[in-house]
Write a protein that binds this ligand. Sequence first.
Ligand SMILES: O=c1ccn([C@@H]2O[C@H](COP(=O)(O)OP(=O)(O)O[C@H]3OC[C@@H](O)[C@H](O)[C@H]3O)[C@@H](O)[C@H]2O)c(=O)[nH]1
Length: 279
Amino acid sequence: MAREVAKSENHTSPKPSPSPSPLRFSKFFQSNMRILVTGGAGFIGSHLVDKLMENEKNEVIVADNYFTGSKDNLKKWIGHPRFELIRHDVTEPLLVEVDQIYHLACPASPIFYKYNPVKTIKTNVIGTLNMLGLAKRVGARILLTSTSEVYGDPLVHPQDESYWGNVNPIGVRSCYDEGKRVAETLMFDYHRQHGIEIRVARIFNTYGPRMNIDDGRVVSNFIAQAIRDEPLTVQAPGTQTRSFCYVSDMVDGLIRLMDGDHTGPINIGNPGHDAAPFQ
Ligand SMILES: O=c1ccn([C@@H]2O[C@H](COP(=O)(O)OP(=O)(O)O[C@H]3OC[C@@H](O)[C@H](O)[C@H]3O)[C@@H](O)[C@H]2O)c(=O)[nH]1
């Protein structure tokens, strides 16, 4: 796969990429692409798996500890010859022969990431280290799903990728925001130091089927309240805006980033369609 020519300080890659595993060329190697999706039992991960499985050349392995995800999201693939599901916590090392790694495993909504903040930061830091170690060992390309939260309480609107953010390092959300920031740093350090092929996506608000109904995010909250015929809860000040991206568009963006030539970081969301859901 072509590797981006280093143009800026961020993208300097002094070392050549590690060679892919010899297993990839063995006569027993049936599929063209073996892909690991961590967090593949979650909302975005399971839609990503659906899309990857549509391509008959892909073999997909999901590693998930089911903290917020569910086997139910993947039930149509269980037993499929090109699909494997592993109960695995990314804070522990994992060795599988793969060509690509989509690294999504992490609690994503405040209710869940604040539940055990030390575990959240371990998942981001040790989990990403483990996945980078795997990428280095088997010569895989790795994509991290980072987040718009790396911009913190932004002082610049809208935030483009060159903005470094305004993040509180000691707040109750820091385990997620700072965790993802360190994860991004690790990605770029492995790229510069070891020549690993990396991709970094910063994900904005995403909605669609299989969203966790009780995770406190605005779309799921409003839908759940409407179904229960309850009043919609509007948090102060009520003038906030968000842009919402449908999950299939998010998945297309992730696959195009993985298969393209740019490392990122790149914002993926709904550009320029800010909605004011609270007015
Ligand atoms: O330690 C953990 C925590 C979580 N997970 C899994 O990771 C998956 C995360 O899926 P969720 O549905 O909670 O979250 P989403 O799919 O919305 O967001 C996911 O992709 C976008 C990123 O910005 C988020 O950080 C990421 O978690 C779940 O299946 C969960 O079980 C792990 O495998 N290990």
